[in-house]
Write a protein that binds this ligand. Structure first.
Ligand code: ZN
Length: 111
């Protein structure tokens, strides 16, 4: 019997350079000079990937290397996506009145 390894497509996070399965990353694509979240991972164009579960990959200093002046907008999209996995929004984040007490930390710096 031959062991058959299932092929998982890997993508590299633009911040930490780790290669990970697509499902663990968020894809962004650039269109008309503007970065958008590619929730379905199917949009064309130039793409960049970020870890969906690693806040250190969303630091502005790292994001600016790839997203330049749009680093803050990209970080807002990441945070909206990870706090609302069903939302899959590609526009600016909305705040709604469903409050999740877990997994929704606004800022690690509270000192
Ligand atoms: Zn990363």
């Amino acid at each position: 019997m031959a062991a058959r390894a299932r092929h998982v497509p890997l993508r590299r996070c633009t911040s930490c350079r780790r290669s990970r399965p697509q499902a663990e990353l968020l894809r962004f694509y650039q269109r008309d000079g503007v970065w958008h979240l590619d929730a379905a991972r199917r949009a064309g164009g130039r793409g960049s990937w970020l870890c969906a579960d690693t806040p250190s990959c969303w630091e502005l200093k790292k994001l600016r290397r790839t997203f330049r002046s749009q680093a803050e907008a990209v970080r807002a999209l990441v945070q909206a996506a990870v706090s609302d996995p069903h939302g899959a929004q590609t526009e600016a984040p909305h705040t709604d009145n469903t409050h999740d007490p877990e997994g929704n930390r606004p800022s690690p710096q509270s000192l």
